[in-house]
Design a protein around this ligand. Structure first.
Ligand code: F6R
Length: 366
């Protein structure tokens, strides 16, 4: 049932090329310039009239929401706010009738997310769900939605749910951009064609497994770890750190790279591995100077770079190369080696990868 892999997590990491494709199949018709999801088509006016979009979610799904914030704002110019469902529901939030609330949940059973949905509905908002489990509580409680087609996710640490959630939210952003005319035709078309290529690029990103394993052997005994990224890859830094914490029990934190100088840089010494997500897009030069700052304080740099990179390579202790893509789609690729790295570190530390201590697959308590 693990398909020849030692753990469900590894099987699920390797399923990503095919489940991303399953998630956009029939919805992304790149050659004729169409993106369609019935839950969106049926409610297009609600999305187009929305003054803002509120995203509510927890954990990894919340990280997917942060990626979506960047993509939706960039492509469709609708303001997006992303909230932890648990904070949203307990703080008397402002919810308007013309708000669209997007609830993201793999299991569809997360109690805090469910409660946030109920609150949004009571206040008259339209609630759209992005769930993986068909017929789950959240899929029933929302007005409409789009399923991720990730298939059952058994490993407690979420992997393929994350990348398929981003896929759905990217399709949504593109659909809204088309309706609103916020992307030029050529950019719109270029993004559609590029999205279609993502599964094969994820396949290529999975070839980083050997190097991820080698790096894991070097750093498996670290007691702390920092993850840095900017822009679209800031949420990936958070997600990379969460994955490491959950399954290896190493203390890890994700930060926007530019925040280093406002505090976390004090942590850097020769025993601190710093994972820097540094694709050749989006403020690359700034990331390079962040790397220099860490190097000059003797931190160990593990960098995720675009194939063919030279500048970061010259500075980093280790590099992991991923294929080139458009900036908004880089999270779908940069996240892959970070999943693999966490996996190998956890295995080398003898941890129970699929069922980490203290965690449950769906959190149905508040
Ligand atoms: C992370 C993880 C959790 C879940 C969170 C939300 O690997 O598994 O952080 O992402 O509990 O769960 P869902 O998406 O089912 O609402």
């Amino acid at each position: 049932e693990k398909g020849g892999y030692d753990h469900f997590m590894m099987k699920e990491i390797y399923e990503q090329p095919s489940v991303i494709k399953d998630t956009y199949r029939g919805r992304l018709l790149a050659n004729i310039g169409i993106v369609q999801m019935s839950g969106v088509e049926d409610n297009l006016e609600k999305f187009l009239n929305a003054k803002r979009i509120l995203v509510v979610a927890c954990g990894t799904s919340w990280h997917a929401g942060l990626v979506a914030e960047y993509i939706i704002e960039e492509f469709s110019r609708i303001p997006v706010e992303v909230e932890y469902a648990s904070e949203f529901r307990y703080r008397n939030p402002i919810i308007n009738k013309d708000d669209v609330v997007i609830a993201i949940s793999q299991s569809g059973e997360t109690a805090d997310t469910l409660a946030a949905i109920k609150l949004a509905k009571e206040n008259g908002a339209f609630v759209f769900g992005v769930c993986n489990v068909v017929g789950s509580s959240i899929s029933r409680e929302t007005h409409a939605g789009a399923y991720t087609h990730a298939g059952p996710e058994i490993g407690v640490a979420s992997t393929k749910a994350f990348t398929t959630q981003i896929t759905i939210l990217t399709l949504l952003a593109l659909r809204l951009a088309k309706a609103k005319g916020t992307l030029s035709n050529s950019d719109y078309q270029r993004y559609l064609l590029e999205l279609e290529l993502i599964p094969e690029k994820v396949e290529e990103a999975l070839l980083t497994n050997d190097i991820a394993k080698k790096i894991a052997e070097i750093y498996k005994d670290a007691s702390n770890c920092l993850y840095l990224g900017r822009g679209y890859n800031f949420p990936v830094a958070l997600e990379g750190a969460l994955k490491l914490k959950e399954i290896s029990y190493i203390h890890a934190e994700g930060y926007p790279a530019a925040e280093m100088k406002h505090g976390p840089i004090a942590l850097i010494d020769e025993s601190m591995p710093v994972i820097v997500i540094a694709p050749n897009k989006g403020h690359y030069d700034k990331v390079v100077s962040n790397i220099q700052e860490i190097k000059s304080r003797s931190g160990k740099i593990i960098a995720v770079v675009t194939k063919g990179d030279t500048q970061v390579k010259a500075l980093a202790d280790h590099v992991i190369e991923i294929p080139e893509t458009n900036e908004p789609f880089t999270p779908l690729l940069t996240t892959i080696p970070l999943q693999l790295l966490s996996y190998h570190i956890a295995v080398l530390r003898g941890c129970n990868v699929d069922q980490p201590r203290n965690l449950a697959k769906s959190v149905t308590v508040e």
